[in-house]
Design a protein around this ligand. Structure first.
Ligand SMILES: *Cc1c(COP(=O)(O)O)cnc(C)c1O
Length: 396
């Protein structure tokens, strides 16, 4: 494939971007399941290790199939460079640890994916990195938390599970004003509905396990940023600590990217209809969906998102018994803590994904005993609506 820079729209980049075609001329991307690479001569090995000749050395460093996935993600995100990782958490951990050192301070929005919160709140302090967690929806809270040694801001938007939205451009501008960096975990919006780098963020991370695979098969993650930051801060960490993505998983994710726009569009359309339906049900106390005009940060959604997301947060009246009864009465929608899958999945955060938080911390995040998170899949929307309606009736 020619390496000339092309001005492709996302859907084209997701089918063709980054393709490295071998001498066999295969149409579909090849899966290079290899650990190592051979050299024609000892001199060639020496030159490659010196960086004088291009080429692969060892799959912990780089692999052709993984390379295709990284390049396709760069094309989609508009990023200069990327590193693919074995999971979303490997991506988040690398992005954070490579941005700070002992004595530095992190400010993070408190509404974080459970494991992200553990990295910031529990792991980082063990190495002398302090963190302050704030309600990220008000820019004043970020400003108040800044200290002379603040080097990093970290946020997720929309958040898990209550779909709070943080003003990415405002936090990025604050970060720039003090010479800090902003890392955005963009899983819930997907790369299609929100562009953190364009909004001023410095680093974007994904759990590719979610919409990018989109069919519930394999774990993966990716870190995207400018080439300078990756060369200077991530490159050596990545090579020597080994969070590398398996070529098999990279291949699966490449195939996932080809259909990402179709899936996300369909899932978002269904989610919008389901959110509206739920909002009109007497058993539902509250529906939070970024695509609705009654979303608490609807003005920021309008500014920075181009779609309402594929996830819905709802509060069932009657607390845990009512939320459990509703989940158990569902037929098509499955009970699972994953998201972004072709299959619609529902989870009760208080007893699953957020069970490790104190009651107080959960209350701060708006996670009550009746809160459920619904990830809308690719089933027919009318079938999903019918399933939810029958489950509400049965759970009454
Ligand atoms: C799932 C998820 C992660 C972690 O990704 P894994 O691939 O499960 O390691 C991080 N952040 C968010 C927002 C997620 O949804």
């Amino acid at each position: 494939m020619s390496t000339k820079k092309r001005n492709w729209k996302p859907q084209t980049a997701l089918v063709h971007g980054g393709t490295l075609r071998s001498g066999f001329g295969e149409t579909s991307e090849a899966m290079y399941l290899t650990q190592g690479y051979v050299y024609q001569t000892a001199q060639a090995a020496e030159a490659r290790f010196k960086g004088e000749e291009p080429g692969f050395i060892y799959s912990r460093y780089a692999n052709p199939t993984v390379d295709m996935f990284e390049k396709r993600m760069c094309a989609l995100e508009g990023a200069e460079d990327a590193r693919a990782t074995a999971s979303g958490m490997a991506a988040v951990t690398a992005a954070l640890l490579c941005s700070v050192k002992a004595g530095d301070h992190i400010v993070a929005a408190r509404a974080l994916f459970g494991s992200c919160r553990w990295v910031v709140e529990t792991l980082a302090p063990r190495y002398g990195i302090e963190a302050t967690l704030v309600d990220g929806t008000e820019i004043a809270n970020w400003e108040k938390a800044v200290r002379p040694n603040t080097k990093l801001f970290f946020l997720e938007s929309p958040t898990n599970p209550t779909l709070e939205v943080v003003d990415i451009a405002a936090v990025a501008s604050l970060a720039n004003s003090i010479g800090a960096r902003l890392v955005v975990d963009n899983v819930f919006a997907t790369p299609l509905q929100q562009k953190p780098l364009q909004l001023g963020a410095h680093i974007v991370v994904y759990s590719a396990t979610k919409h990018i695979d989109g069919q519930g098969r394999c774990l993966g993650g990716v870190i995207l940023s400018d080439k300078k930051w990756i060369d200077e801060n991530l490159h050596d960490y990545f090579r020597h600590t080994g969070p590398s993505l398996s070529p098999f998983n990279a291949w699966t994710l490449l195939k996932g990217l080809e259909t990402l726009p179709l899936r996300v569009r369909q899932q978002t359309e269904s989610a919008g209809r389901i959110a509206d339906f739920l909002a009109g049900q007497p058993q539902i106390a509250r529906v939070i969906y970024p695509g609705r005009a009654d979303h608490p940060q609807a003005d920021i959604v309008k500014k920075q998102m181009s779609g309402g997301s594929t996830l819905i947060c709802l509060d069932v009246k009657g607390g845990k018994p009512a939320a459990f009864a509703l989940q158990n009465a569902l037929d098509i929608v499955l009970i699972s803590n994953n998201l972004g899958d072709a299959k619609s999945l529902i989870t009760h955060p208080a007893t699953t994904t957020h069970k490790n938080l104190s009651d107080e911390a959960r209350a701060e995040l708006g996670i009550g005993p009746g809160t459920l998170r619904l990830s809308v899949g690719l089933e027919d929307t009318d079938d999903l609506l019918e399933d939810i309606a029958q489950a509400l009736k049965a759970a009454k």
